[in-house]
Design a protein around this ligand. Structure first.
Ligand SMILES: Cc1cc2nc3c(=O)[nH]c(=O)nc-3n(C[C@H](O)[C@H](O)[C@H](O)COP(=O)(O)OP(=O)(O)OC[C@H]3O[C@@H](n4cnc5c(N)ncnc54)[C@H](O)[C@@H]3O)c2cc1C
Length: 397
């Protein structure tokens, strides 16, 4: 896999089409999975197993796992570039993106036994850790009020409760689960008393775990997961009991940067598609792209995507330099989520009636690119973070 070109300075890298060889390698794989492949999957709500296998075999999904555990130990920016290129090629990064970053909690907070057991298997694809159980029906964005409990009983924890919108749970061997180990009434801070576990989903199905697919607007493998007296061995607790919320927060900056860059990829695909169409389509005897009413929204979409891309690069550079990056990661995710959907929407307008034809792929990208303003965190929650933590305004909720 490609790393930094030795002749390029960091500053040049942050402005260039960085990781060109990596981008080319991703595009080569993506070119084997055309729109018809994704349309067929959507029809059956099925998982892109062949695509994920190809990405796994090329080592892309193990890019953030250190070499000592079988990965390639690349910077976060390289992983972001992989996701961007997947979406910019017309493919879909979300079925595989979580395999890249959920393991970060295990890597940073797991013990050596856990890391040396799980990480090499995750790197090789033998184990899929790509289900992340945080959101619940009654708590939503208010994570610390979640109701799922894990009660210690000898050599195991007993888990009871429910998660919702858990992506890929039916296509994952393992789940990273956030559950309350100390009742809310017994903690001084709401953020205390939550713990993180690795749950063996495959073994637990029918033995304390039930997974029901959600019929959703996009093919995201969304599910509801029910826990009924599930026994999770104590050795599957990650880090210290009660500190799980902090561990989850730790991983959120990386997730926001990766998802933001992935959104930029979707926006680029939509814009490229629309520009090509605007140049080709002749109405009133000239290409529609000759009209300023068509050009300007496309130019504006380009401007917004460039701004988002720059912000994603800044956030990734801070993350990779181990600097504080909460502000940049949140801004990157916010501007990228909006830029991606605006580009998709402008592209819809540019294609006119044909944008509704599934064969043109645009309506799928339009639906997919709407998600980023809601998940993994909604825009209002980002604005609240910036108001409180960056501007020093009073917490509003
Ligand atoms: C396709 C999909 C995949 C997902 N995958 C996963 C997954 O794998 N794992 C997982 O744990 N979750 C997942 N989610 C859940 C996602 O993270 C949540 O939907 C998201 O965080 C918003 O939570 P909510 O839906 O409960 O909205 P709510 O918290 O109910 O909020 C609804 C709206 O109200 C706004 N709002 C709420 N409170 C305030 C406030 N105090 N101030 C201002 N505005 C407020 C929100 O910003 C939002 O716009 C997924 C969701 C979708 C749709």
């Amino acid at each position: 896999m490609s790393t930094l070109n030795e002749n390029q300075t960091d500053a040049q890298m942050s402005l260039a089409r960085d990781y060109p060889e990596l981008r080319d390698a991703v595009q080569r794989i993506c070119s084997q999975f055309p729109g018809s492949y994704w349309r067929a999957l959507e029809r059956d709500s099925s998982y892109p197993t062949e695509f994920i296998t190809a990405l796994t075999q090329a080592g892309f999904l193990a890019s953030l796992i250190p070499e000592e555990y079988g990965g390639s130990g690349l910077p976060l920016r390289a992983a972001a570039v992989i996701l961007e290129e997947i979406n910019a090629s017309g493919c879909v990064a979300s079925p595989g993106h979580a395999q890249m970053y959920i393991m970060g909690t295990l890597l940073r907070h797991g013990n050596e036994t856990q890391k040396s057991y799980y990480l090499p298997k995750i790197a090789s694809g033998e184990l899929r850790l790509q289900a992340f159980g945080v959101t619940e029906p009654s708590s939503g964005s208010d994570t610390t009020s979640l109701k799922t409990t894990a009660t210690k009983k000898g050599d195991h924890y007993e888990v009871n409760g429910q998660k919702v919108w858990t992506s890929r749970a039916l296509h994952s061997d393992l789940m990273l689960l956030l559950a309350r180990t100390t009742p809310l009434s017994e903690v001084t801070k709401k953020t205390d008393g939550l713990s993180v576990f690795i749950v063996d989903l495959k073994k637990s199905l029918g033995h304390g775990v039930e997974i029901r697919p959600i019929d959703a607007m996009i093919n995201h493998g969304a599910t509801e997961v029910f826990f009924d007296q599930l026994q999770v061995p104590v050795e599957n607790l990650i880090g210290q009991e009660g500190k799980g919320f902090k561990y989850i927060l730790d991983g959120m900056n990386a997730e926001r940067i990766l998802v933001g860059t992935e959104a930029v990829g979707d926006g680029r695909w939509c814009l490229n598609h629309a520009v090509k169409y605007a140049n080709d389509r002749k109405v009133f005897g000239r290409s529609i792209g000759k009209n300023q009413g068509v050009q300007f929204p496309l130019a504006r979409a380009h401007v917004d995507l460039e701004v988002a891309d720059t912000m994603c690069r800044k956030a990734a550079a801070q993350f990779d330099a181990q600097m504080e990056c909460g502000e940049a990661a949140n801004i990157a995710k916010l501007v990228a989520s909006e830029a991606a959907f605006k580009a998709a929407d402008v592209a819809m307008q540019t294609l006119g009636g044909f944008s509704f034809a599934k064969e043109y792929e645009l309506e799928r990208k339009w639906r997919e690119s709407r998600l980023y303003q809601i998940a993994p965190i909604s825009t209002n929650m980002i604005l609240s973070y910036i108001a409180q933590h960056v501007l020093g305004l009073e917490r509003s909720y």
